[in-house]
Design a protein around this ligand. Structure first.
Ligand SMILES: Cc1ncc(COP(=O)(O)O)c(C=O)c1O
Length: 369
C-alpha cells in the first residue's frame, strides 16, 4: 500500500497544460502574463481589489508588516497557536511578537483576550501594538467581528494570515478579505500549491503596488539600475503563476473534497466520545485544510499510523513554548497548550479516496484501547 501523506499536492492535466504554455512562451522569469493573470483572477476570487504574487506566504507576511510601517521597538499581537512563519516575520522588521491564546470555538485568536490586551495598554497609557495578525488556522476563519471591532476602537491595523484558509468563508465573506492586508501561501502542502509561493492582497491599490516594487529589488524607474531603498527578491515566477492559475480553477472542487473527508472522519468516529474534533464554527464555512482530532494521548496513535505508512502530525506547537520566543510576552495560554497536547492532524488531502479515509479510520481505531 502506498504512503498516505498529510496534505500532498493535487495536480492534473490543466496544471501541465498551463505550465507548458508558460515554458513555451519563454517567459521564464519573475514576471510575465501568467503572473498578471494569476493576480487578477486571485483578487477576483477572494473579492479584494488587488493582489501581488510573491515567492512565499512568509514573504507576504514580511512585506505586509513593512507596508503597515511596523518596525523596530513595535509590538505585534500574534496568536500563539500558529506556524512559526507568522511570528518569525514580526522579528524580520525588528518588532516583538506578543502572543495571545486561542479560543475553543475556532482554535484561533481569542477576541476577548485581544480586547483585554488592547484595553490594558490603553488604561495603563502604554503604546498600542503596531498591528494584530489574525491567523485562520487549519482552514477556519478567526472570529473577525469582535476582533475587527476592538482593533478599530484602538486604531490598530489587522493583517489576516489566511495561508491555510483559501476558500473558507466567515459570514459569507471569503477568508483573506478581512485584514488591511491579507496573506496567502501556496506551499506544497496547502489547499492549492505552486510548489512554493504566496500572495499579498488588499483593497487599497497603493500597498500592493509597493509590494510589487519592494519584491523586485526596489528598482527605481531609470535605464540603469537605480535604488533609493532596500528591496527584496520576493516575486513569483511566471512558471509558478501558471501552475497557480490552474490550481485556482480547481479550488472549489478541492475545498469540497476536503470538507467531504472531514465529514467522513466525523461520521466514522461518532461512536468514540474519546475522539474530539476541531469544531466547525457556525459563523463560517471552513475549508478543513487539515482535519484535526483530539485524544487524551495522541502519541501512540501517531506512532501506529506511522508504522502503517500513514502520516499524521501533532497540532502546531504554540509559539510561547518555542525556545526561540521564550522572551516574548504571552496572554493566557491554557487553550493552545491543551490543543498541542491533545491534537493530531490526520491525512486530509483533496486527492484522498474513500478507501484512503477508511484506511486511516481503521488504523486509528486499531491503535485505541
Ligand atoms: C499559518 C501560516 N502562515 C504562514 C505560512 C507560511 O507560508 P509559506 O510556507 O508559503 O512561506 C504558513 C505555511 O507554510 C502557515 O501555515
Amino acid at each position: 500500500m502506498s504512503r498516505l501523506f498529510l496534505s500532498p499536492p493535487d495536480v492534473g492535466p490543466r496544471e501541465r497544460e498551463l505550465l507548458l504554455d508558460a515554458f513555451d512562451s519563454n517567459w521564464i522569469a519573475p514576471l510575465g502574463p501568467h503572473v498578471d493573470a494569476f493576480e487578477r483572477e486571485f483578487a477576483d476570487f477572494v473579492g479584494v481589489g488587488h493582489a501581488a504574487a510573491l515567492s512565499s506566504g512568509t514573504a507576504a507576511l514580511h512585506l505586509a508588516l513593512m507596508l503597515l510601517g511596523v518596525g523596530a521597538g513595535d509590538d505585534v499581537l500574534v496568536p500563539s497557536l500558529t506556524f512559526a512563519a507568522t511570528a518569525n516575520a514580526v522579528t524580520y522588521v525588528g518588532a516583538r511578537p506578543v502572543f495571545v491564546d486561542s479560543e475553543w470555538a475556532t482554535w484561533n485568536l481569542d477576541p476577548a483576550l485581544v480586547e483585554e490586551e488592547l484595553a490594558a495598554r490603553f488604561h495603563e497609557g502604554r503604546e498600542q501594538p503596531a498591528a494584530v495578525i489574525a491567523v485562520d488556522l487549519y482552514g477556519q476563519c478567526a472570529d473577525y467581528d469582535p476582533i475587527l471591532k476592538s482593533c478599530a476602537a484602538y486604531g490598530v491595523p489587522v493583517i489576516e494570515d489566511a495561508a491555510e484558509a483559501l476558500g473558507a468563508t466567515y459570514h459569507g465573506r471569503p477568508a483573506g478579505s478581512f485584514g488591511a492586508l491579507n496573506v496567502f501561501s501556496f506551499n506544497g502542502n496547502k489547499i492549492i500549491t505552486t510548489s512554493g509561493g504566496g500572495m499579498l492582497a488588499g483593497d487599497d491599490p497603493s500597498p500592493i503596488e509597493r509590494a510589487r516594487h519592494l519584491s523586485t529589488q526596489a528598482r527605481d524607474p531609470a535605464p540603469h539600475y537605480e535604488h533609493s531603498e532596500i528591496g527584496f527578491n520576493y516575486r513569483m515566477s511566471n512558471l509558478l503563476a501558471a501552475l497557480g492559475r490552474a490550481q485556482l480553477e480547481g479550488l472549489p472542487a478541492k475545498v469540497q473534497r476536503r470538507r467531504e473527508v472531514n465529514a467522513a472522519y466525523r461520521t466514522a468516529f461518532t461512536d468514540r466520545p474519546d475522539i474530539g474534533f476541531l469544531p466547525n464554527a457556525p459563523e463560517g464555512e471552513p475549508t478543513n485544510w487539515l482535519t484535526v482530532i483530539t485524544l487524551d494521548d495522541p502519541t501512540p496513535v501517531r506512532e501506529h499510523l506511522a508504522s502503517l505508512d500513514i502520516e499524521a502530525r501533532p497540532a502546531w506547537k504554540p509559539m510561547h513554548l518555542q525556545p526561540v520566543f521564550a522572551d516574548c510576552p504571552m496572554r493566557g495560554g491554557a487553550v493552545a497548550d491543551e490543543i498541542f497536547r491533545r491534537g493530531l492532524c490526520l491525512p486530509s488531502g483533496s486527492s484522498m479516496t474513500d478507501a484512503d479515509v477508511q484506511r486511516v479510520v481503521e488504523a486509528v481505531r486499531a491503535s485505541l484501547p
